[in-house]
Design a protein around this ligand. Sequence first.
Ligand code: PEP
Ligand code: MG
Length: 837
Amino acid sequence: MVGIVIVSHSKQLAEGVRELATQMVPGEVAVAVAAGMDDPENPLGTDAMQVYQAIASVYTDDGVLVLMDLGSAVMSAEMALEFLADEQRQNVHLCAAPLVEGTIAAVVAAASAQDIHQVMAEAQAALTAKATQLGYTPISPQSEQGTGQGKEIQLFVRNALGLHARPAAKFVATSAKFQSKIWVKNLTKGSEFVRGDSINQVTTLGVRQGDKLAIAADGIDADAALLALRALIEGNFGEGDLAPVSSPVSPPVLVSTSPSLQGIPASGGVAIAPILNFLPAPLIVDGSTSKFIPQLLADEPEVEWQKLHSALRSAQQEIQTLLFHTDTQIGDAEAGIFDAHLLLLQDPMVIEKAHKYIFEHNFQAATAWQTVMDEVAANYRQLEDPYLQERVADVVDVGQRVLHLLLGRPLAKLDISQPAIVVANDLTPSDTASLDPSKVLGICITSGSATSHTAIIARSLGIPAVAGVPSSILHLADGTMVAMDGETGTVWVEPDVETVNFLQSKQNTQQLAQQQALTIAHQPATTIDGSHLSIFANITSINDVQSALDLGAEGVGLFRTEFLYMDRDTPPSESEQLTAYQAIAQALEKRPLIIRTLDVGGDKPLPYLDLPPETNPFLGVRGIRFCLQHPQILKTQLRAILQASAGQNIKVMFPMITTMGEIQAAKTILAEVKEELQQAHIPFDTAMEVGIMIEVPSAVAIADKLATEVDFFSIGTNDLSQYIMASDRTNPLVANLADPLHPSVLRTIQQTVQAAHQAGIWVGLCGELATEPLAAPILLGLGLDEVSLNAPGIPRLKQTIAQLRLPQTQAIVQAALQADEPTQVRELIATALSQTI
Ligand code: PEP
Ligand code: MG
């Protein structure tokens, strides 16, 4: 094995270089030092005799390489050669390489049993890696180009710093153990093959964490060599686990003594405020204050009796659904409550009394029902047993359920006068949409998940929210002080000073970060290497448009029109819709506006449509299914959209497309509407683009075929995740499964993007995945053309994109697609980002 001698004026310097170099390949190579003078007064200098002795101490017939710092060190080394015998002198080479880099390269090459000429060549080329990294014209590697023939493997480098000096040395040392020639290239950076036994060439590949390597081996032990290299790389070069997920500076940790409740993070941000329980006010049918007073007396008792029967049947179905969900998701004991409710509904005494009031007193159904339920409640109140007295709440609950159905009224609105954190079992999406963020500082619900519509709307309003909070929160009195962190899903009851201070400082940091991100929010989202992604906003009404533009939205990628249909008794007319669409298009000033047709069902019911309750509403009559069953509603909407499209940049999008037949049927209705408008000489954009949401697995499977029917796709990861992972997006108990960063979901997105691009159409994404802070590299690397998200997330997304490079994001995607779990995906993205940003 070649020996190495380090000649320097400074003993400390030489020893330091030796320490550095031998760490690369500990104990394998003989490295001697000839440095400094034996004079305490003048310690700096070199001595030819010392150099000679150092050479002699490491000398073998394989040769010795001498590396020097400068000036007299070179002269001393030259003189030392004079002391050697002729046959030894020809094996000792003085090397012009830089001392530090050259020695390291030489030691690594020597350790891999390269001959003296190769070791010298390695040392001489030692500046190449540094020069390349610093942007100087690289010195071309001396070795011949690899053929890449023979056996080949491809794999990702996952250790924290990639092929930095020590892992590169290990790579070279491992390669050198085999007879086969090893070649390696960095696929992520598009490099050529270089020699795997050359430390300089391997280092020059600039391999970073997440990069993909191709390693080729040619020779009799190629399989063994590749196996060893795979083990080395997959074992992270012995560096232990991946770097921690957090950014290099660990965030401060809160040590709180306040009682806390853990829920599911639903909308980021911090809130500290008194709570307000949202318990909808009961409907009253005989009170003079109610605006829902029906006529007390009925003309046709039979009609009223049928009405009551139909309401009782619907209530029974609703309660059965609740019972089923509670039983499977929470437990028998809680489900028992709904058993009691069912018994109450079927109680013959209750039914007989209602019959009597309708037929003998000519009461309307609602009046008769409330009268009976008031009597039942009063009877319970008179009982002495406190347990039975508590059953009054159940009587009132059942009574109200039937009354709401009889009167066709949605639940009462949340009326809030002082800033508060709203606590509720659930809020309907329309309840949430009507919240005033200046008053509602936070939302804690005991149901739901991060992709339930309540959570989505909370995010778009910038209201911190936690879903799936343990139900004990419902027992807190109004006015109880609560602190919540929507990012972690933690809620503190009566927080102590430390908790409040901690959260306030977190809030300040978040506000500062948002302000910084805002400074570039109005620039296009472009990576360092020039790749571009269009960033649009998701909106639910005209009220969202200005703030979306202020936050840097370049258009609207998803207008959830169902909110136009909520909080009313009948669907909006054509002219109402036209006015709404025109107002939004005008506010956008020719920026794209993608209007999604009505997507009701699932967790967005429309009470006035009188749809029968479904056991699995997310698998039922949702989105386009509902519209195709009610073509008149769809036609009215399409007429309004088409008319609004005249002179504007409007596109239409159909939700929940599952089959070719559905999109064809929807397009047929669109064509009919166009025909009608043409006949009536009403202008519209004849070239208006038509797209579909890709949000059910069947649509992914036939994306190539669907792409032939439309101009664009938009991937709805909220539904796609719940359907791919078979986990209800409103169920907190399976929320962790319906994760859009699950590799299964990511693979379906990749398939969809590929199908769209192969068919020559563009593809966007409008699910909540885009709001996830770690998603930016995934969105880019997957090759999406557009991304639409809740506007408050736009500045941060643009800021992250501006710090990425496309090949790096593609490598992250490749690694993510191979991961086992979303936690791994998050880890690998976080680690990559912490080194980039
Ligand atoms: C989705 O499913 O991802 C989506 C954007 O639609 P919505 O959340 O309205 O169902
Ligand atoms: Mg959807």
